[in-house]
Design a protein around this ligand. Structure first.
Ligand code: PMP
Ligand code: GLU
Length: 417
């Protein structure tokens, strides 16, 4: 059986490994997993409790009220949408898999890109064409490099873009996104725009949208795992384009859904309908979350640059993607020569869990890794509320202990022994 059919996804695997080490009494700094690490606001809990007795399967694409709310949500963000364009699912991850499986052609990915796109493509029997991202921001390939790669890949059919990006924590600029959509259009590609971090720009701004540049053939996926920290509730949604191409894509997507997951859990559809209506208490909760993610990501960024790492300044979400190659000499003196030995040394010698760059399709020789900063907000619900509400979250003992732990480890690793 090919590895992609049996391997445990790197993000979920490291989360389970790190939690097991902690449970066994080890002191572990968890920078390995992109779980949003914040508590559930009371009004959301109330909606879920009130919907607990909804036990029917319901329509595969989602309840009319949830799809209507999702259509309004997109329309208020500049993409006029009607309810028939929406498909809800237990997370955006199954939607991404269903799209990669159902849309024709091989899959073009930015490099680096979130771990599951390549694995899902392999599961769907698709070849992956990786195209490097430019130094400014990740999630979207360089347009020239994309055009060059497509000339050599006539079977390419789908381009995945991540805006904002995981693993780099950055947002493509409008002009580059437009240029990439033009290239995709010229080559007849469909675009899957993964916008799951779209509400989490640290400055409260809005993302540029591929669906504005390639409206006929862009499918958008998003969900409540990141903005509302509801990953374990598994609420995802897709918006297919209006028009004949979108109708056909939707029919294929709903077909896969009907044979694989049937429908999003009915109580979760009530939660989706409530959150996607953008009530003020939800808006203020997301505002506080994105400010906190920015404050902590910037502080961790400072720790990496202080030891000489190259690292794009984070502008959205809760990831950093440092490159320690400027310190290759010092690291080599510690026996660290590539991404894997770097991640292993961080974990085994310093109790810090990160994912090496090659998990994201990057060069295994590179001294790059992803650090997720969203699990630094405390271990209990009470601590997480306190962190979210604090005017100075970096001074809270559990956050300060984490940055100190990281600082000491980075200094030790980058100092000649
Ligand atoms: N896309 C990206 C870029 C992600 O980081 C994640 C993380 N879980 C997902 C999609 C899938 O999220 P979910 O299935 O929870 O909607
Ligand atoms: N997307 C998150 C990450 O990149 C975790 C959840 C997942 O991969 O399914 O760490």
């Amino acid at each position: 059986m090919p590895a992609a059919l049996t391997a445990h996804s790197a993000t979920l695997a490291i989360d389970e490994t790190l939690r097991a080490r902690r449970a066994a009494g080890e002191r572990v700094l968890h920078l390995g997993f992109g779980e949003a690490g914040l508590p559930v606001p009371d009004p959301v809990l109330t909606v879920l409790r009130a919907a607990a007795d909804r036990n029917g399967y319901g329509p595969v694409a989602g309840s009319p009220e949830a799809r209507e709310a999702a259509a309004g949500w997109f329309s208020r963000r500049g993409l006029a949408t009607h309810a028939a364009q929406i498909v809800l699912a237990p997370g955006s991850k199954p939607l991404l898999y269903a799209l990669l499986a159902a849309l024709p052609g091989d899959v073009v990915l930015p490099r680096p890109a979130w771990v599951s796109y390549a694995a899902q493509s392999a599961l769907a029997g698709k070849r992956v064409i990786g195209v490097p991202v430019p130094p400014e921001a990740g999630g979207v390939p360089d347009p020239e490099a994309l055009a060059g790669a497509l000339r050599a890949a006539p079977e390419a059919g789908v381009l995945v873009l991540t805006v904002p990006d995981n693993p780099t924590g950055t947002v493509v600029d409008r002009d580059r996104l437009r240029a990439v959509c033009e290239v995709a259009d010229r080559h007849g590609l469909a675009v899957v725009a993964d916008e799951i971090y779209g509400e989490l720009l640290h400055d409260g701004g809005t993302i540029p949208r591929a669906a504005a540049f390639l409206p006929e053939r862009t499918v958008v996926t998003t969900g409540l795992s990141k903005s509302m920290a509801l990953g374990g509730w598994r609420i995802g949604l897709a918006r297919v384009p209006d028009g004949p191409w979108g109708d056909a894509a939707r029919a294929r997507l709903v077909g896969v859904a009907s044979e694989v997951w049937s429908a999003l859990a009915a109580p979760m559809q009530a939660v989706a309908a409530y959150v996607l209506a953008d009530p003020p208490e939800v808006r203020s909760h997301i505002d506080a979350a994105r400010r906190l993610h920015g404050t902590v990501a910037r502080a961790v960024h400072d720790e990496f640059t202080a030891v000489g790492a190259d690292c794009r300044p984070p502008t959205a979400g809760f990831y950093l993607y440092p490159d320690l190659s400027p310190r290759r000499g010092a690291l080599a003196a510690h026996g660290i020569t590539d991404g894997a030995s770097l991640a292993t040394a961080l974990l085994d010698r310093h109790g810090i869990g990160v994912l090496p760059g090659h998990a994201f399709g990057d060069d295994p020789q590179a001294l790059r890794f992803r650090a997720a900063t969203s699990l630094l907000y405390g271990d209990t619900t009470a601590e997480r509320w306190e962190t979210l509400r604090s005017a100075a979250p970096l001074d809270l003992p559990w956050v300060a202990a984490a940055t100190t732990h990281l600082r000491q480890a980075l200094r030790a690793l980058t100092t000649h022994p």
